[in-house]
Write a protein that binds this ligand. Structure first.
Ligand code: ATR
Length: 275
């Protein structure tokens, strides 16, 4: 029997998930149907209840429902609990298993696809919103020498440090403090939402190292202001979040189906050149 999966969000017209998952299914010989659900903003639970009643096995969850999915779950992984948000659900009887694969997708892309091990490296994370929070545990699991969180609202960065201090070495600073310090970083990750509006976080070019990696979580927009800044500073390795998108999908697919798909061809298909 064909197993049913879907992505739920609102709006959802832009989603790449059906293309990604149907490619994974073909590649691995899995018999699944993958749909798209535009959930009503005030009706997440009812929509998911209906999907389950119709035999749905799992969902990818995107904005604005990641907190609703967190509340809907009966079994949250530690990563989902610490991320405070959920991007994948798996249904088994009355149980609703929940995970957040975004940060794992990010670190898999950086370490495996881009060949940039973070162990012993200096990592700078810009932003302290939902995306940054979801990335923290997977980044700390890579055992960087230092993880510095810098956010426009500095108190949010300090709150994350307090929450994650049991899991590794991390610190917080403001943008002015960052500019005043002579430190450079091997990996600089833009986890702010600034690029979605064509804005640049107030980061000083001195923090970027030419031999380092500048990683933009936003994908498909070519050279964002952050990546343009990094390129202008001479940073040779630039990446956007397309690999993270495909890797988090692969993690969900493996979690649902017990088989890990190959991500390379899908990443190549979805890559928008950084120009
Ligand atoms: P997301 O789910 O994408 O992480 P979010 O939780 O709203 O969205 O968080 C957005 C993040 O981008 C925040 O860290 C925000 O900084 P504040 O906490 O100070 O609001 C950051 N951000 C958004 N626009 C920015 C800009 N122009 N410069 C710097 N940081 C910005």
């Amino acid at each position: 029997m064909t197993d049913k999966y879907a992505v739920i969000g609102n709006p959802i017209g832009h989603t790449k998930s059906p293309l990604i998952h149907s490619t994974f299914a073909r590649q691995t010989g899995q018999d699944i149907a993958y749909g798209v659900i535009e959930g009503p903003l005030d009706g997440f639970c009812q929509t998911v209840d209906s999907f389950r009643a119709a035999g749905g096995c799992g969902l990818n969850v995107t904005a604005p429902f990641k907190l609703d999915a967190f509340a809907y779950a009966t079994d949250l992984t530690e990563q989902a609990q610490l991320a405070g948000a959920v991007n994948a659900l798996k249904f088994e009887g009355d149980q609703v298993f929940a995970q957040n694969f975004d940060g794992i997708g990010l670190t898999r892309d950086i370490v495996h696809n881009l060949g940039f091990p973070m162990q012993g490296k200096r990592v700078l994370l810009l932003g302290a919103g939902g995306a940054a929070r979801g990335a923290l545990l997977p980044i700390l699991a890579q055992q960087p020498a230092k993880l510095l969180i810098v956010n426009r609202t500095e108190s949010k960065a300090h709150a994350l440090v307090a929450q994650f201090s049991n899991f590794g070495e991390l610190a917080a600073a403001s943008y002015p403090e960052l500019s005043a310090s002579p430190e450079t970083f091997d990996v600089v990750i833009n986890a702010t939402s600034a690029s979605l509006r064509g804005e640049l976080p107030p980061v000083h070019t001195d923090v970027l190292s030419p031999d380092g990696l500048a990683y933009e979580l936003v994908y498909g927009k070519g050279l964002t202001p952050f990546l343009r800044l990094a390129q202008g500073t001479g940073v040779r390795r630039l990446a956007d979040g397309v690999g993270m998108l495909v890797e988090q999908a692969a993690e969900a697919f493996a979690w649902w189906r017990g088989v890990r798909p190959d991500t390379r061809t899908v990443i190549t298909t979805l890559t928008v050149p950084l120009v």
